[in-house]
Design a protein around this ligand. Structure first.
Ligand SMILES: O=P(O)(O)OC[C@H]1O[C@](O)(CO)[C@@H](O)[C@@H]1O
Length: 244
């Protein structure tokens, strides 16, 4: 596990964007695993700028998103479909057929989860997975638990996650209580992983994930077992790393 501590959210985002761009330069048909949330927003903006200014090419790139709320239509402004299109995809030259996001309004969720895993495998697995982290150390929507869920599955969101995500909704009652998330094994199968975190509210999650061993009650700690993980944090998210 490499840990890069940057001075600011801006530097964290630029560092992450450089790594993604480097991946696409070496392998233009890379399969990227992508995250939503506030954390990767500026990384996406950096990638859009590099696409516009120097032609970073997404025409052969395939993307798989980590998760999606259950019960929200794609066009709902709080769905992760909407988020990804509004914040990234509509500004780059990715082919719509190469974009994969779990379908949160599928009739048969179990079937949808299986379909999603099969698609990832069919496309050769994820080359580079970008992750954010929840305040409770979740990755994707893999919430703290007594065991790691391996494959794509239906998740009941923790109250902490519902509260944290309420800022995007008009009222807390509108926040979906369930989601579909890639599982830990799917994430661990990615050839490379970048974990991003900024802000003091992520400091404890980052500390727990890097130190203290692998434990399902801190899902991101599983990354200690991955052979190619780069954690990129700002100073605030790194603030507890000196104290074990
Ligand atoms: O970046 P944020 O908004 O703090 O969210 C943290 C994490 O929670 C999620 O929203 C849930 O998957 C992730 O997409 C994100 O990485």
């Amino acid at each position: 596990m490499r840990v890069i501590v940057t001075n600011s959210y801006e530097k964290m985002s630029a560092t992450a964007a450089r790594m993604v761009a480097g991946q696409l330069y070496l392998k233009p048909d890379s399969v990227l695993g992508l995250a939503t949330g506030s954390t990767p927003l500026l990384m996406y903006q950096n990638l859009i700028r590099v696409h516009k200014e120097i032609g970073l090419d997404f025409s052969e790139v395939i993307t798989f998103n980590l998760d999606e709320y259950l019960g929200l239509k794609r066009e709902d402004c709080n769905s992760y479909h909407y988020f990804m299109h509004e914040n990234f995809f509509k500004y780059i030259n990715i082919k719509p057929k190469n974009i994969y996001i779990p379908n949160g309004s599928a009739e048969d969720i179990e079937k949808e989860c299986k379909r999603y895993d099969a698609l990832i495998e069919e496309k050769g697995g994820i080359d580079l997975q970008v992750l954010g982290i929840g305040q409770n150390a979740h990755i994707g929507f893999n919430e703290p638990d007594i065991k790691f869920e391996a494959t794509t599955h239906k998740v009941k969101l923790d109250e902490e996650t519902v509260n944290a995500n309420a800022r995007f909704f008009k009222t807390i009652d509108e926040v979906p209580r369930y989601a579909i998330s890639m599982g830990i094994k799917t994430i661990m199968h990615a050839k490379k992983v970048i974990l991003l975190a900024n802000g003091e509210n992520k400091a404890e999650a980052i500390q727990k994930s890097i130190y203290g061993g692998v434990r399902p009650d801190a899902p991101a700690s599983i990354l200690q077992l991955h052979q190619d993980v780069t954690v990129i944090v700002d100073k605030a998210a790194a603030s507890l790393l000196g104290r074990v």
